[in-house]
Design a binder for this molecule. Structure first.
Ligand code: G6P
Length: 599
């Protein structure tokens, strides 16, 4: 996830773009850059770190241009650095381009272009698009034609905006599966990943759609498809204020991030084959050597680790031990031969997780990590890293990182199983087929929003909540309780459904709602029994299931394995609405930090 802001008009666009990028920093903040047209040539400024650093450079350079493209980066291919930050150019600086998304076939394109004499300066997937346009310009000499031809060869997700020094004032853009909005004002046009980037200049916008190719200049705009056919899109008027616009119109970042999940999971899934085969390279020989897993993590990531244990054991048929990193680092672990340590961390900087990882490394254990932040310390210290692709998670309480971690870990279990021969190719393909339905299933799960808001309205004054689950529903029970306590400051505990009789049932009375996680499958009937037991003690029951059950929150039907990823959605919404009704500061709960880099 990165942020794009672009301007063409009649005034100096410097302030427009730098302020716009600042508003988009929530989309990425590891480096930033602009390309601007001056005296018919393109100048580029880049800086590592926040947009503030870029502002200083622009001030020194006295940037004054009526046509500027800008970018704030969240690294996916290549570490955060001057070379990897956008805008990128071709061999000559006649083309400059900014990109948000992932170009899946960039290696193949890179090879073809290199054979034609293109020299690449960065490790990014994005740079190939600039070279590709340059290549087509040799033939067509026409920016629009070259841009349109180049875009046809890109696979994956992209929002791209490009400029060409020989057609001053013209910007070309394309969109597929990454957001891009056009802002319309008098003799000036804006393109951005999100509305807040230009909201102070215009409220007249077009939300571009997949496949759209856009041409803007101070004299107007044109939208076409890849075949050159003209397209008419509806103009919308924005009536949100600037602060809520930054959250995409949502009241809090947490709610926005809950709704970002289908996209985050899709982006993670899209890169997994590359991630797992190329980075982790689970060749059959290597996979067969692995005898087991230690999985360590903290907080929400620990709950993802717990779910992974069920998958690794049941699908890959390997033993897995899960422990919070803070315990693992001080325990006398008798490391076993050919066991791998998997560290799960959104930030890749959590102190306990890092220390536990270093301890394993020192003992000669191979380390795999699942991280969201490219080039983070945990990723750098690992032998292999599988990246989730959520973009920055702003809300302290983790939501989209959790479901993306689950997605990556589930996929890892399938891959391992296939490589070890625990699953036939056909069986693995069928599990994958279901996994690829996940973004659509999560979109369906989000439709429970109104039902959950109503349930939360009835429950938010209760002092204490119990979450119950069995099998992969158990880690989810822990996560549901954690989410609720983190942002509502209410007492909440998660238990394995079978443990209720061994103590927790003493807590249950009419003042204690019980949330049960009940996937169709081997533990469903057992969970129904637990429901009857708590109901008999007067508790309000909130059942989350994918079976046809009345008075329950019913999720789309899937195999048991996918249940925790989908059922995370109603749990997150439940915690969110309770906290909102109690007037809590949801995105920054008291006493908590997003990244805990001290012990
Ligand atoms: C903090 C955050 C949690 C997070 C945990 C682990 O406690 O508040 O939301 O789950 O750290 O963070 P990591 O970045 O390692 O996933």
């Amino acid at each position: 996830m990165c942020g794009i802001a672009a301007y063409t008009g009649k005034k100096n666009g410097n302030t427009v773009i730098l302020n716009g990028l600042k508003k988009l920093e929530y989309r990425g903040y590891d480096s930033a850059g602009i390309a601007y047209l001056q005296n018919a040539s393109i100048n580029i400024l880049k800086s590592v770190g926040k947009v503030e650093n870029l502002k200083e450079l622009a001030l020194k350079d006295k940037v004054n241009s009526f046509c500027i493209i800008g970018h704030t980066r969240w690294a996916t291919h290549g570490k955060p650095s001057q070379e990897n930050s956008h805008p990128h150019t071709g061999n000559k600086s006649e083309i400059a381009l900014v990109h948000n998304g992932i170009i899946e076939n960039y290696l193949e394109l890179k090879q073809r272009l290199a054979a034609k004499g293109h020299k690449f300066k960065s490790e990014t997937d994005s740079e190939v698009a600039a070279h590709l346009i340059e290549e087509y310009l040799k033939k067509t000499k026409n920016f629009e034609a070259a841009f349109t031809s180049a875009v046809k060869h890109l696979k994956g997700a992209y929002a791209i905006t490009a400029m060409y020094s020989k057609e001053p004032g013209v910007l070309m853009a394309a969109k597929k599966q990454s957001p891009l909005v056009l802002g319309i004002a008098e003799d000036e046009y804006f393109l951005a990943s999100d509305v807040p980037a230009f909201l102070e200049y215009t409220r007249k916008v077009i939300f571009l759609e997949d496949g759209d190719i856009i041409k803007i200049s101070p004299t107007g705009y044109k939208i076409t498809n890849a075949q050159g056919g003209n397209i008419k899109r509806k103009i919308s008027f924005i009536n949100w204020d600037s602060a809520s616009a930054q959250k995409g119109g949502y009241k809090h970042f947490m709610l926005k991030e809950i709704f970002d999940q289908p996209q985050a999971v899709e982006d993670t899934l899209r890169t997994l084959p590359l991630n797992i085969e190329k980075s982790f390279s689970i060749t059959p020989a290597r996979a067969k050597k692995i005898k087991g897993f230690y999985i360590i993590a903290c907080g929400t990531a620990y709950h993802a680790a717990l779910a992974a244990k069920y998958w690794i054991e049941s699908i890959a048929k390997l033993p897995a031990e899960v422990e919070t990193a803070s315990e693992f680092r001080y325990r006398d672990v008798n490391f076993q031969k050919d066991w791998v340590l998997a560290a799960i961390s959104q930030s890749g900087e959590t102190a306990d997780t890092l220390s536990a990882l270093i301890k394993a490394k020192k003992a000669g254990v191979k380390v795999l990590s699942v991280c969201n932040v490219l080039g983070s310390t945990i990723a750098r210290e690992s032998d292999f890293t599988v990246y989730t692709h959520c973009g920055p998670e702003i809300s302290v309480a983790s939501t989209k990182a959790f479901t993306a971690q689950l997605t990556a870990l589930y996929s890892l279990a399938i891959n391992l199983a296939a490589a070890r021969g625990a699953l036939s190719k056909k069986e693995a393909a069928s599990l994958y087929k279901e996994l690829y339905r996940l973004p659509a299933l999560m979109t369906q799960a989000l439709k429970t929003r109104e039902q959950i808001r109503k349930i939360a309205k009835k429950a938010y004054k209760k002092p204490s909540f119990i979450f119950l689950g069995r099998n992969t529903g158990y880690p989810l029970a822990l996560e549901g309780a954690l989410k609720l306590k983190e942002i509502s400051y209410l007492h909440a505990e998660g238990f394995a459904g079978g443990e209720i009789k061994h103590g927790p049932i003493a807590l249950i009375d009419a003042a204690t709602p019980v949330i049960t996680l009940m996937p169709a499958g081997k533990t469903y009937d057992k969970m129904l029994n637990s429901c009857r037991e708590v109901e008999a003690r007067g508790a309000d029951l909130i059942m989350i299931t994918n079976e046809c059950l009345s008075n329950a929150i019913v999720l789309p039907k899937t195999g048991e394995n996918l249940f925790p990823i989908i059922a995370a959605v109603p749990l997150q919404l439940f915690a969110y609405y309770i906290a909102d009704l109690r007037g809590r500061e949801i995105d920054r709960p008291r006493n908590l930090a997003k990244s805990v880099t001290v012990e």
